[in-house]
Structures are given as structure tokens and as C-alpha cells.
Write a protein that binds this ligand. Structure first.
Ligand code: GLN
Length: 448
């Protein structure tokens, strides 16, 4: 704990932690030491973990990177966090992220941007940027983030660490601040695939507090192995051929695929005909869900309330509190989502996007009827410069072109490091597997 606390102090400029629980972490460590001598310590004893600022931890601040939750304290602990604590993990602090997990660069935070430790002029990715840099820079052993469209995998790729998004419903969302409830997943960010397997094994499984969590028994991911036969691996043709993907990323991806082929596996290209519909579908549905989820932040029940002279009655209090409490990107998405759900446009946008979501799921199923895995780059570029894409939200949204499919379809996917570009910036490789096949996914990822 002292080691990490010292490193957190040395790396303040990266703006990773919004709060550090120094005394509490030391006390936890002492208590666990005691348990160790008694032989009763849990499986995570000594594992120092940071939490993205969207996970409830009773008695601790929770802001989802937003001014609207100024001064808010979590009233209960997220199921996933509860399970980590029960196995004697040490929680060292709360990590900076994009406001309400909306973003791909961690520049949308009320706490200011996070910087990439590989090059502080570059973004760390988002929305779990603080959580990825914390692992990259050795400020904790592992982080727990959330992934709605790529927010664990994309920053993991930009920072050269491992990021796992499980199957939708594998880990309870109870205590996770909701962005888009039918997409949101909690996932670990780690140095190694083994650590990701261990954390998943402990966090996953049924929970009475989340009706969408799966009742399927949890596999022992830490012991998962590959079948004793050649694997059928598909790769996204666009990922290695499209001009929109940086040449060095295409090259690095091809090399990995060649290595898998040489190892005796079947490696074949597939085209995903609905590729250009992924982002529109994702943004219609997630903004619709967000506009509903975020309506609870009204200046009455949580955090920030405007008290300016313009507040003259209840309605103006709602309006001013929300206008001042939410940042630009969050307001943009609430407006977009409210529009998509409005009576005259509901069928044209929301219903249509739901139908396309079904088609995307079906086409994804068709790929996995023939293959065990789907491989692609995690991102089309390496970490971009701070400020480079802030003026153009559509450019920013493109950073998630390869990651959103897993969320739209509900499939598990992992990003593992795949070398660096000429500037020394990390490249990520993404592997996707069928629902609830995290064991296979982790076993293959381990060989990469
Ligand atoms: N970058 C994507 C977005 O802005 C994904 C975010 C996420 O996964 N939480 O919505």
C-alpha cells in the first residue's frame, strides 16, 4: 500500500485519482496481514485495487466525473466491489473518468483530463481513462472500470494493458452508476490476463439486486484451457485492410494473425455487413437510455443544486441545476436521447435502432456459428493528442468502431497489448468470443 501511495503521489500530474483512501487502505492492509497469519485471508489478499468513479462504495464519494454529484456519498456498496472486499482486496481510491462514462478520451471529466503515461500529451482513452493509466503507471495493481461501448477495452489499448468486458449480465450492475442499462458492463483492467480471470471469477455471478444478471454458474476462469484441436479464428477484414485504420495497427494485427495461423489454427477474414450501422445504432440507443437514466439528477435528490438569481421556482431550479451540473457532452446526449424517444420520432429512431440491434446480434451469431473467436484491432488509431478531437464529436465516436459490436450484441471481448507504434504508443488487439465463453476467451488471450 505504501509503495502505491508513494507512486500515486509522484504521478499527480497524470490526474488519475480523484480521491485516495490512504489511511483506510493502510488499515485494510494491517487487518489482512492479521488474517494471513491466522490463515483466513481471502483470494485477493494484498491486491491493491482502484475503482472507476462510477462504482458505489458505501461511505465514499461518488461523482461519475460530474459536477452534478458534487459532495455525494454512496449509500451502499456495489455487488462487484462487495465481492472484492469479501476476498480481501484493498481499495486504494476513486479514479477519474469521463462524465457518466460518456467519452473516448477522458477529456469530459469535471476533474479535468487524465494523461497517458506513455506520453502525457496524449489522451489515455476513455471513459475508464484514469483506471487504465493507474495500471499502466503502476499506481495500483488492478482497476475496475465499466464498458458500455468500449470504455474498458479502448483505454486499455491506448495504455498497453489488459481490459476485459464480460458478457452482458455476467457481473451484477448493482451499484454501478447507470449510463445505458442494456449495454453497461463492469470489467477489470489489469497487467496480466491471469489477474483479469481472477477478478472476473470473484465479481461474476447471480445477484438478487440486479434482475438482468445471469443465473448461469460461474466458471473457474483462472483454470480455463483451450480445446485440444485447431481453433477457428475469424478476423474482421476491415481491421487489417481499411484505410481508416493506422498502417502500423494493421501491420501489428496481421502479424498476430500470421502467428496464430502458423500455430496451426484456421484463420480467415470475415466481412461484417452492418459495420457502418454499429455506431449509429449504439448512439441512438445509449443516448435514449441515458436520457432516461439521468433524469434522476434534478437538483433535488443528489449533489449539486443551483442557487443563482435565475432560480425563481421549481422548474427554473431543475433547469439551472442540470445546465450547470452536467458538462457539454452529457447535455448533448440527453438532448439526443430525448429527441429519439419523443412521440413523433420514436418509431423512426428508437424502434428502428432496436430492430437494427437485433440484426447486428443475428449477424454476430452467424459469425460465431462458424468460428470460435473474432479478432480485430481494438482501435483504429493509437492514443491521440489531448484536444485533438474535442471539437468534433463524430470523430471522437469513431474511436469505438471496433469495440461497440460486443456491447450491441452483449458478447464478451478482451483487449490485450500488441506492441507499440513508431512513437512508442501502445497498440491493442481485441478478441471476441460467444456469450459466457469468457473461459475460452481468457485462455486464448493468455497465449497472445
Ligand atoms: N466511448 C463510448 C461512448 O462515449 C463508450 C463509452 C463507454 O463504454 N462507457 O459512449
Amino acid at each position: 500500500v505504501d509503495y502505491y501511495l508513494a507512486r500515486i503521489d509522484e504521478h499527480r500530474l497524470l490526474n488519475v485519482f480523484t480521491e485516495v483512501y490512504a489511511d483506510e487502505a493502510r488499515q485494510q492492509a494491517e487487518a489482512i496481514d492479521q488474517k494471513r497469519t491466522e490463515g483466513t485471508a481471502g483470494r485477493l489478499a494484498g491486491m491493491v485495487i482502484g475503482l472507476k468513479d462510477v462504482l458505489s462504495y458505501a461511505g465514499h464519494g461518488l461523482q461519475a466525473g460530474s459536477r452534478i454529484l458534487d459532495g455525494f456519498t454512496a449509500q451502499f456498496t456495489a455487488t462487484a466491489v462487495q465481492r472484492l472486499l469479501a476476498d480481501d482486496a484493498i481499495i486504494i481510491g476513486r479514479q477519474n473518468c469521463d462524465e457518466f462514462a460518456m467519452g473516448s478520451s477522458n477529456e469530459n471529466s469535471a476533474f479535468g483530463p487524465v494523461r497517458n503515461a506513455a506520453n502525457p500529451e496524449r489522451v489515455p482513452g476513455g471513459s475508464s481513462g484514469g483506471s487504465a493509466v493507474a495500471v499502466q503507471a503502476g499506481l495500483c495493481l488492478a482497476s475496475i472500470g465499466s464498458d458500455t461501448g468500449g470504455s474498458v477495452r479502448q483505454p486499455a489499448a491506448f495504455c498497453g494493458v489488459v481490459g476485459l468486458k464480460p458478457t452482458y449480465g455476467r457481473i451484477s450492475r448493482y451499484g454501478l452508476v447507470a449510463y445505458a442499462s442494456s449495454f453497461d458492463c463492469i470489467g477489470p483492467i489489469t497487467h496480466t490476463v491471469d489477474d483479469a480471470a481472477l477478478l472476473l471469477e470473484i465479481m461474476a455471478g447471480p445477484d438478487d439486486f440486479d434482475s438482468t444478471v445471469s443465473a448461469k454458474p460461474v466458471d473457474t476462469y483462472t483454470q480455463a484451457s483451450l480445446p485440444d484441436r485447431p481453433l477457428r479464428i475469424a478476423y474482421l477484414r476491415d481491421g487489417v485492410e481499411s484505410e481508416g485504420v493506422a498502417p502500423e495497427i494493421r501491420q501489428a494485427t496481421r502479424q498476430r494473425l500470421d502467428a496464430l495461423r502458423e500455430a496451426g489454427h484456421t484463420v480467415e477474414p470475415v466481412d461484417f455487413s452492418l459495420l457502418s450501422y454499429l455506431l449509429p445504432t449504439y448512439y441512438i440507443l445509449t443516448t435514449a437510455e441515458a436520457s432516461s437514466n439521468l433524469s434522476r439528477f434534478d437538483g433535488v435528490r443528489y449533489g449539486y443544486r443551483s442557487t443563482g438569481p435565475a432560480v425563481t421556482d421549481l422548474i427554473s431550479m431543475y433547469k439551472k441545476s442540470r445546465t450547470e451540473g452536467f458538462g457539454t457532452e452529457v447535455r448533448r446526449r440527453i438532448l439526443l436521447g430525448t429527441f429519439a424517444l419523443s412521440a413523433s420520432y420514436y418509431d423512426a429512431y428508437y424502434t428502428k435502432a432496436q430492430q437494427v440491434r437485433r440484426l447486428i446480434r443475428q449477424e454476430t451469431e452467424q459469425v460465431f456459428a462458424r468460428y470460435d473467436f473474432l479478432v480485430s484491432p481494438t482501435t483504429p488509431s493509437t492514443a491521440f493528442r489531448l484536444g485533438e478531437k474535442t471539437a468534433d464529436p463524430l470523430q471522437m465516436y469513431l474511436a469505438d468502431i471496433f469495440t461497440v459490436q460486443a456491447n450491441v450484441a452483449g458478447y464478451p471481448a478482451i483487449s490485450v497489448p500488441n506492441g507499440t507504434d513508431a512513437d512508442g504508443l501502445p497498440i491493442g488487439l481485441q478478441v471476441m468470443a460467444p456469450p459466457f465463453q469468457e473461459g475460452l476467451l481468457l485462455a486464448l488471450a493468455k497465449t497472445l
